[in-house]
Design a protein around this ligand. Structure first.
Ligand SMILES: [Zn+2]
Length: 161
C-alpha cells in the first residue's frame, strides 16, 4: 500500500508545483506595471499588442521575441519573454519601431534621436543591412538606456500624436 501511494503523492506534488508556477508567473506578469503602461500607450496610438508567438518572418523557422508589422500596426510579444524576464525591454524595442512607423506615416523611418548606439549593442544590429541596420540601431540604442521607458514614451508622443 505504501509503495503504491508514493508515486501518486509524487504526481500530486508535480501537479501542485505546476499550478503554483502558473500562479506565480501570472503574478509576475500582472505586476509588470511598466509593460502594461507602455502597452496601453501603444493601444492609445492605434497599435495592437498581441502576447502571442510571432508569425514566421523567413524560412529559418526561428520565432523572434518581438515583431512589429507596420502595415497592420500589430506588435507581437512572444510569451516566452515573460519567463525570461525581458518582456519590458522587448516591448520597448518594438515600441521604438512603432514610433518609427508613425514617423514615416506607415513606412518605417528613422526618428530624431540624439543617442549613439553603445558599443555592446553593435552585434545586435550589425547583422542587418543598409537602412534596416539604422532602424534596428535606434531600437537597440533606446532599449538599453536606463531611462528607456521615458525615452520611448517621448518618441511615441513626438511622432504618433
Ligand atoms: Zn527590431
Amino acid at each position: 500500500m505504501k509503495y503504491q501511494l508514493l508515486p501518486k503523492l509524487r504526481w500530486g506534488l508535480v501537479i501542485l508545483f505546476l499550478v503554483s508556477s502558473l500562479v506565480f508567473a501570472n503574478l509576475a506578469y500582472s505586476n509588470n506595471s511598466e509593460f502594461n503602461r507602455l502597452e496601453q500607450i501603444l493601444t492609445g496610438y492605434g497599435f495592437i499588442v498581441k502576447q502571442e508567438i510571432p508569425p514566421k518572418i523567413n524560412n529559418s523557422g526561428l520565432r523572434p521575441y518581438g515583431l512589429m508589422n507596420s502595415k497592420t500596426k500589430t506588435i507581437w510579444i512572444n510569451p516566452v519573454v515573460f519567463e525570461l524576464g525581458n518582456a519590458r525591454s522587448v516591448l520597448i524595442h518594438e515600441a521604438v519601431h512603432a514610433a518609427q512607423t508613425c514617423a514615416g506615416k506607415g513606412q518605417i523611418s528613422l526618428v530624431n534621436l540624439d543617442l549613439e548606439p553603445p558599443q555592446f549593442t553593435r552585434p545586435y544590429f550589425m547583422r542587418y543591412h543598409s537602412y534596416r541596420r539604422e532602424i534596428e540601431a535606434q531600437a537597440y540604442t533606446v532599449q538599453v538606456q536606463p531611462d528607456s521607458l521615458a525615452i520611448v514614451i517621448e518618441l511615441l508622443e513626438q511622432n504618433c500624436s
